[in-house]
Design a protein around this ligand. Structure first.
Ligand code: ZN
Ligand code: ZN
Length: 136
């Protein structure tokens, strides 16, 4: 199900909106109902939240979990004669490969997940582009 995680204009907390729902989704934190988002309007030429035209993609991967897996591998090394670390690094890599991309707006940092219409032209985070939005 496509979803957007956006910053609530009222309270500033990020919350997730499932796009296929018909009604307006209230913010989980403050309960304010924000403007409904029509899935057809999500084309990635413009951000539906802030109208910005720049996006980047990144793996929707929990890096804390990734580090944790590697740490376990390192911790088990003495018992497994050094076998655990390469195995768990492999698991880590496999999980990373299996993880989908999340598309993020440079300006408002809204996260777009599970959309089928993501253009191939969206690339990984570019620091030069990122700097343009730093001062916002
Ligand atoms: Zn809110
Ligand atoms: Zn945006």
């Amino acid at each position: 199900m496509p979803s957007i995680t956006r910053e609530c204009p009222s309270c500033g907390k990020f919350y997730r909106i499932d796009i296929s729902r018909d009604d307006e989704v209230p913010c989980r934190n403050c309960g304010k109902r924000n403007r409904k988002i029509d899935s057809d309007s999500v084309t990635f030429s413009r951000c539906v939240i802030c109208d910005c035209g720049n996006f980047y993609k990144q793996k929707d991967f929990n890096q804390v979990l990734g580090c944790f897996i590697v740490l376990i591998g390192a911790g088990l090394m003495p018992i497994t004669y050094g076998f655990s670390l390469p195995v768990l690094i492999l698991i880590d890599w496999f999980l990373y490969r299996k993880t989908d991309d999340v598309i993020i707006c440079y300006r408002c940092k809204s996260e777009y997940r599970d959309f089928s219409t993501i253009p191939q032209t969206i690339t990984s985070f570019d620091h030069h582009t990122g700097e343009l939005y730093e001062t916002d």
